[in-house]
Unconditional design. Structure first.
Length: 417
């Protein structure tokens, strides 16, 4: 079977985030399928963007055919990013009568964060009478309205709203990372029987290989000193942005006994300078900020810690659920989790692998830190192991890829009974 996965921002182990398209595609290739990923040459999510000198540049990565469509670079969410979206969808339409005519797909998956790729994807699927799968990562235009304050009559909101309605009506299957996205999508015209939740996950073999890499040397020194002083080490790896609620962690750190804790924050982002200033003003000498690193170094570094922090700022959009890779990484390395989120699901509480407080609940996070510090090490270890067992059972990409294949098969039977 030839599976075409369309995702403007798709990454790879070489290029960096986002990893889900590659993880699913690699598992499908292992099962003998041919997979083509259509992606833009520029993404704000990647550590390294590919070089695309021609309109389309083709590359093989782990048996997957990547077709990089040349798109403009951009910063932020301005007009250049909109132009990049326009370029990508036009390249996709152009490729319809060229590459896809000679390499007919057996399934087309429209998986970009935004819904504009669904129309050209639908035309490719119609050309070959194959199922169209719409994979939902974020809810547009609801995200723009509820997170960024866009007016409902803003032209961009209207355009994305129309694209979303088309996707809900046209897709033969709607696969969502968010467990409760169907509550919204049904109001946009999606039949209930076309929806399936397939969460984010991990690749155990790749994560295990990453753990063989050396941790960050600077972190090793910090952790060793903290252990000698009898402190509980709490780690965070990832973006330093407002939506990750690191401000709440620092406020909680100011409320607990500094002699009992050490905090190591690894990453970069627009909030980092402000967070450093916040820690300095609060005299949080037990909080350490390290530079951004690769996942291959971040995971073994996190495995040195006693616990992991994960936070999400308040927002009504999270009523449809969350599926953060940070949570799954912490589970995989068997670390108890201190979490702060308010969402439609509770991944930490569901498997009792840590303590979850409401978003921005400083007292709740401080209490969770104290409870962890008061626990015997075997109890903390057991808490972490429950998370590891859960992520291996429910979030292994091998199993998730097989579930996705089954949905493709069922959608194909609906088209060709």
């Amino acid at each position: 079977m030839h599976i075409v996965l369309i995702n403007h921002y798709a990454g790879s182990p070489t290029h960096g985030m986002e990893f889900r398209p590659h993880q699913l595609a690699a598992r499908w290739v292992e099962r003998g399928h041919e997979v083509t990923i259509a992606a833009g040459s520029w993404s704000h999510l990647r550590n390294l963007n590919p070089t695309a000198e021609d309109r389309v540049t083709e590359e093989r990565i782990d048996g997957i055919r990547y077709r990089w469509y040349r798109t403009t670079d951009y910063r932020g969410n301005g007009l250049r990013r909109l132009w990049s979206m326009r370029q990508f969808t036009r390249h996709l339409a152009w490729d319809r009568g060229r590459f896809f005519r000679h390499h007919p797909p057996d399934c087309v998956i429209a998986s970009s964060t935004y819904p504009f790729d669904v129309r050209p994807a639908a035309k490719i699927a119609d050309d070959h009478d194959v199922p169209l799968i719409w994979e939902v990562h974020d809810l547009w235009p609801l995200s723009q309205i509820e997170l960024y304050g866009f007016d409902r009559h803003h032209p961009f909101v209207i355009l994305t709203g129309r694209a979303e309605k088309f996707a809900c009506r046209r897709a033969d299957r709607v696969v969502s990372i968010l467990p409760k996205a169907d509550e919204h999508l049904r109001t946009r015209g999606m039949p209930s029987d076309r929806y399936v939740h397939i969460p984010n996950g991990i690749c155990p073999s790749e994560s295990t290989q990453a753990l063989s890499e050396p941790p960050l040397e600077e972190a090793v020194g910090i952790v060793e000193r903290a252990r000698q002083e009898g402190r509980l080490v709490v780690g965070y790896t990832g973006g330093h942005a407002p939506n990750h609620d690191l401000e709440t962690l620092l406020k909680a750190a100011a409320k607990v006994d500094k002699d009992r804790f050490c905090f190591v924050l690894i990453g970069s982002g627009p909030s980092k300078r402000g967070l450093i200033d916040q820690a300095r003003k609060a005299d949080l000498t037990n909080v350490h900020f390290l530079d951004r690193t690769t996942r291959g170094r971040a995971l073994p570094t996190l495995s040195m810690m006693d616990a992991a922090y994960v936070g999400i700022s308040k927002g009504p959009l999270y009523r449809f659920g969350i599926g953060l890779n940070k949570i799954f990484d912490a589970m995989f390395v068997a670390k108890p989790i201190v979490a702060a989120y308010t969402a439609g699901n509770d991944p930490v509480g569901d498997c009792d692998c840590g303590f979850a407080s409401p978003a921005s609940d400083v007292d709740g996070v401080a209490d969770a830190l104290r409870r962890l510090a008061d626990m015997d090490q075997p109890l903390r270890r057991a808490m972490g192991e429950r998370g590891r067992a859960h992520v291996l059972e429910h979030h292994d990409y091998r199993r998730l890829a097989d579930r996705f294949l089954e949905e493709i098969r069922m959608a194909g039977e609906t088209i060709r009974p």
